[in-house]
Each structure stands twice: as structure tokens, then as C-alpha cells.
Design a protein around this ligand. Structure first.
Ligand code: 7TS
Length: 407
């Protein structure tokens, strides 16, 4: 693995992302989606122009090769997560589909009236709404762990909510709206203590922190490729193999069966069991390329650079009057949500855009978080390892511009 340790490395890394050299672009919306390194785009192009074929069914060489690429991408993801087996890695469309899969399959098969599902007050809508739907269908109840004023989860309240009625705990690893990093190991241990299964929503985590699902011992871990420098349309559901094979299929059709007659169908084991239909073949292969790219950069470098950026941005923002940072937990990833007194977050977004700065303004698909902090929306800058302190200086200039024009 390449060791990166000088500021020249940052220049070199930025050159890997062609879009970043576009005139004047300051891209600070990495929590929504990350930019793509050239190697990922090249991999997609090569597959589509020279190697394209379907998987799992053709006897001809193109199809067999595509199958090998697709299945070796599963091995790349397995290694990335340190899962025990490739059977534990299911390709989905993304985090949202992975959570819906578990909600529909596990939820409908294993939950009954009076059972409880615990989530936290900082969940993305993707980790709220599917559970509400399951509760409606089964009579299970949704319990929500409240947040401290700094945006950290109230662990004592979590412990109080846990009981033998708790069948599932589904929590975010890193909050997209606040940046809070949750103590997921502790959450898993406590939940397992009452016999509950645990799903961790890693959509915002996998690009910032190394994840080892065996060490974590979670039952499910979900994330999206497009937030990890990979293509859109692909995500992962990690699940423990024994349990996956006890769960009923979510979608049915081709590729997920063992045998079909008009009288009866039997289903394949995981992962095929949960991959009905032709998947996003090229995108899965491009996703593996993105993971290899991230592994070459290395989490030591990523964490060093991103914590430097977060500390720098936080210090600059704390000096600004009339600006409030929302989400100040001691364990934070590189997300900076803020509001400017007297300025609507959407106007902040527009002024920033005029300066070439891409940030997100809105409720970040986390309306309950906005309600908890008494705001309708926030502006959010989110940093990746390819961002620079100069870009943060531009962001600060953008805030001052908003105040001049609008406050
Ligand atoms: N969970 C979390 C914590 C997220 O941040 C997101 C997307 C999702 C689930 C859904 O992921 P998807 O890939 O299936 O869409 N978050 C954001 C965001 O913060 N801005 O745009 C999308």
C-alpha cells in the first residue's frame, strides 16, 4: 500500500479527480455524494466498451469474464469490511434499498405486535420510514433514542429503552446532518445483551473510518458506493450468513431461485437469494475499483486529512459572529452543519453557488434532527480527503458574503 505523507500528496490526489480542476469549483457536498477518481470512470468505460456482457448465465467468454469481475468485486467488498465470507455481501441499489430489504424481509418475518425497534433521533429518513412501514404492517413499535444538545446520542436513554421486547436496533454510524460518530461497538454489545439484532447504517461512515464487521459484530451493515467514490446505483447489505439464509427473499424473479415449478419455488442461499434480476454489473465492477483506490490512499491518510479539515473549519467558524454550528459532539466526522443569523439556508446555498462553492442546504433528509435543533433547515459543508484548507477559506469568505448581502 502506498504511504502518503506530504502536501504534494494532496496535489497528486486532486489530480486523480478530473472534476476538481474545473475552473473555480469548490466541492464541499461530499456527504451527499463524492466525486469520482479517473480510475473508476476508466473502469466503467473499459467494461462498457470492451468487456460488456451479462453475468451468471452466459456460457460465452464475455459473460464468464463479466461474472468473474462481478464476483471478484464481492470479494473486494468482503475484504473492505472484513466479512467472514463472500456470501455475506449482497449488492443492492444503495443504502436505502439495503434498509428496505431488511425491513421487509426480517421485519415482516420476525416481528410481531408488541415487539420494539429502536432507532436514534439522528437518523436519515431512509432509516426511519421503512421501520414505520414495518411497524404499521406488524404492530411492532418504534422507539427513538433522544440526542444531547451537542448532537451525541443519549446512551443512558438508549439503555433504558432496551428490553426483552427489543427485536432490532437500527442506528446510523455517522450522522449526515450533524457529523456525530456513534459508539457503534457499545450499541451492538448492549443490544445483543437483550437478544436484539443490530443494523448499522454506514452510509456516511465507510468513507471516513475503517469498518470491521467481525470486530463490530453487528448483524447488518449497509452503505452506498456513490458516497465512497464509486458509481451510483450500487450499495451493500452485509449480513451474517446463517441469519441471511433464514430470512425470506425481498424481491423475487430471476437469479435468486434454486428451482421453479408452477406449484412451488425454492430459493437460492445468500447472496443470490437477495439479488433478483440483472444487477448493476458495470457499476459493481467500478465500485470495486473505487474501494481499491480508497485502500491505496489508506485510512491513516484519510483520517489525518479530514480531521485537519474539520478542526480548521470549526476554528474558523467559531470566530464568525452570527454563525451557529449545529452538531458539536466530541466524536465527529467531517461534516459542518451551520446556520447564519437572519439568512435562510437556501439563500446561503445560492450565494455559495455564485462563488463556485457547492454545499447542501435543506433538511438533509433528516427532518426530525432539524426539529430537535429548532431549525427548518441548515447549510452543510462536508469534506473529503481531497479538500484543502484554501477551500475552507473560500467557504468562510462565502459566509461573510452572505452576511453582507442578506443578514
Ligand atoms: N443514510 C444516511 C446516513 C445517509 O446520509 C444517506 C444519504 C442515506 C442513508 C441514503 O443513502 P442513498 O445512497 O440510498 O441515498 N444522505 C444524503 C445526504 O446527506 N445528502 O444527500 C444524500
Amino acid at each position: 500500500m502506498t504511504v502518503l505523507n506530504s502536501s504534494n500528496d494532496l496535489d497528486r490526489i486532486r489530480r486523480d479527480f478530473p472534476v476538481l480542476s474545473q475552473n473555480g469549483l469548490v466541492y464541499l457536498d461530499n456527504a451527499a455524494t463524492t466525486q469520482k477518481p479517473r480510475c473508476v470512470a476508466d473502469r466503467l468505460y473499459k467494461f462498457y466498451t470492451e468487456e460488456y456482457g451479462t453475468i451468471h448465465r452466459g456460457v460465452y467468454q464475455l459473460s464468464q469474464q463479466a461474472t468473474d469481475f462481478y464476483e471478484s468485486s464481492r470479494e473486494t467488498v468482503r475484504g473492505f469490511l472484513n466479512a467472514r465470507s463472500i456470501s455475506e455481501v449482497i449488492f443492492t441499489k444503495g443504502t436505502t434499498e439495503a434498509i428496505n430489504l431488511v425491513a421487509n424481509s426480517f421485519g415482516r418475518a420476525f416481528l410481531k405486535a408488541g415487539d420494539e425497534i429502536i432507532i436514534s433521533g439522528m437518523e436519515h429518513h431512509a432509516n426511519i420510514v421503512p421501520w414505520q412501514q414495518v411497524c404499521e404492517a406488524t404492530g411492532a413499535l418504534l422507539r427513538v433514542v433522544p440526542l444531547q444538545d451537542d448532537g451525541a446520542i443519549l446512551m443512558s436513554d438508549f439503555q433504558k429503552l432496551l428490553s426483552d421486547r427489543t427485536k432490532l436496533v437500527s442506528m446510523v454510524h455517522v450522522s449526515n446532518a450533524l457529523g456525530t460518530v456513534n459508539p457503534v461497538s457499545e450499541i451492538v454489545k448492549l443490544a445483543h445483551g437483550v437478544g436484539a439484532k443490530v443494523l448499522i447504517d454506514g452510509a456516511q461512515a465507510v468513507s471516513h473510518v475503517p469498518v470491521d464487521v467481525q470486530a463490530l459484530d453487528c448483524d447488518f451493515y449497509v452503505f452506498s458506493s456513490h458516497k465512497l467514490y464509486g458509481p451510483t446505483g450500487v450499495g451493500v447489505l452485509y449480513g451474517k450468513e446463517d441469519f441471511l439464509n433464514r430470512m425470506p427473499p425481498y424481491q423475487t424473479g430471476g437469479d435468486m431461485i434454486e428451482s421453479v415449478t408452477f406449484e412451488k419455488t425454492t430459493f437460492a442461499k445468500a447472496p443470490a437469494r437477495f439479488e433478483a434480476g440483472t444487477p448493476a454489473i458495470a457499476e459493481v465492477i467500478g465500485f470495486a475499483e473505487a474501494i481499491r483506490y480508497v485502500q491505496t490512499i489508506g485510512f491513516d491518510y484519510i483520517q489525518k486529512q479530514e480531521s485537519l479539515l474539520l478542526a480548521y473549519a470549526t476554528a474558523q467558524f467559531e470566530k464568525l459572529s452570527g454563525v451557529t454550528i449545529i452538531g458539536t459532539a466530541s466524536e465527529k466526522a467531517s461534516v459542518l452543519s451551520f446556520s447564519i443569523e437572519g439568512v435562510h439556508p437556501h439563500d446561503i446555498g445560492t450565494v455559495m453557488d455564485d462563488l463556485g462553492i457547492a454545499i447542501r442546504a435543506g433538511h438533509h433528509c433528516a427532518q426530525p434532527v432539524m426539529k430537535r435543533f429548532g431549525v427548518a433547515a441548515t447549510a452543510r459543508a462536508s469534506f473529503a480527503f481531497y479538500n484543502t484548507t484554501e477551500e475552507i477559506d473560500m467557504l468562510v469568505m462565502g459566509v461573510k458574503r452572505c452576511q453582507e448581502l442578506l443578514a
